[in-house]
Design a protein around this ligand. Structure first.
Ligand code: MG
Length: 263
């Protein structure tokens, strides 16, 4: 099931996206009664996807992201792969939805895209053993770990470089139908203005999804709606004002955002 969060006529709701993308107006949203983090029912009330505004599919209390989790990406920036997963935070205020603008930060002149598989947590959890990881995952979505690369090089902590407003596009929806094995071998790409920049597979992760959840929850509690970004494949590169960046993941969908100048 593809679970979207959306607004229509000033109301916000979750819904299941049904239908096919190949037909105009072929996608509809069946509105969910309640929230998708517990047992829920579909209302049967359906609205065309074209009539709603998609929002970030969750409002996470925190986004925990992993650095240097694809060897080819670590190498392209002249870095070693760390011995164990390197986690950092992107704040809740960095999250934007599909179609929302990435606002170029005033303090940077080198902003990069990073296409990433995002894991959406479905239940409160800590100290999750490997065999239970599948039980705490609601589903998967696309993410762009937008990074002020010059700031990242200049500052030891990455809070500004990777935490500025609009630096965490998520969406377009949460795919709940992928099991761990399927999510661990998906094609992932980033394009800028239609030109292919990044192309990899989630199977290239140094530490897989289970390893990451085990490592993160050794240290902290994850809440329903929290998001784990799993690292980016090689091919990161600059975004400029006016660019349109799209992250696509096989079996999930495409997350598109435009870069705008600060107003
Ligand atoms: Mg990243």
């Amino acid at each position: 099931m593809r679970i979207a969060r959306f607004s229509i006529d000033g109301n916000v709701a979750f819904g299941a996206v049904e239908g096919t993308e190949t037909v105009p107006d072929g996608l509809v949203i069946d509105i969910i009664k309640g929230v998708p983090f517990a047992d829920f029912e579909l209302s049967g009330t359906k609205v065309p996807l074209s009539k709603v505004r998609l929002l970030p599919p969750v409002l996470p209390s925190k986004v925990v992201a992993i650095g240097r989790n694809y060897a080819a990406h670590a190498a392209e920036l002249g870095n070693e792969v760390p011995d164990s997963p390197w986690a950092f935070f992107k704040p809740s205020t960095s999250v934007i939805g599909p179609g929302d603008p990435i606002v170029y930060p005033s303090f940077s002149s080198e902003v990069h895209h990073e296409a990433e598989l995002a894991v959406v947590i479905g239940r409160m959890c800590r100290e999750v053993p490997r065999e239970r990881v599948k039980d705490v995952i609601l589903g998967y979505t696309c993410a762009n770990d937008v990074t002020a690369r010059d700031t990242q090089r200049a500052e030891k902590q990455w809070a500004r470089a990777k935490g500025f407003d609009s630096s965490c596009p998520l969406g377009p929806w949460i795919e709940t139908g992928l099991d761990l094995a399927a999510a661990s071998d998906l094609a992932i790409t980033a394009t800028v203005n239609g030109e292919l920049r990044q192309a990899g597979r989630t199977s290239e992760m140094v530490n897989g999804i289970e390893d990451l959840i085990v490592s993160i929850t050794e240290a902290m509690t994850l809440l329903p709606g929290d998001v784990v970004l799993t690292g980016t494949p090689a091919g990161v590169g600059p975004l400029n004002v006016g660019d349109e960046v799209a992250v696509s993941i096989e079996g999930i969908g495409t997350l598109t955002n435009k870069v705008i100048k600060r107003g």
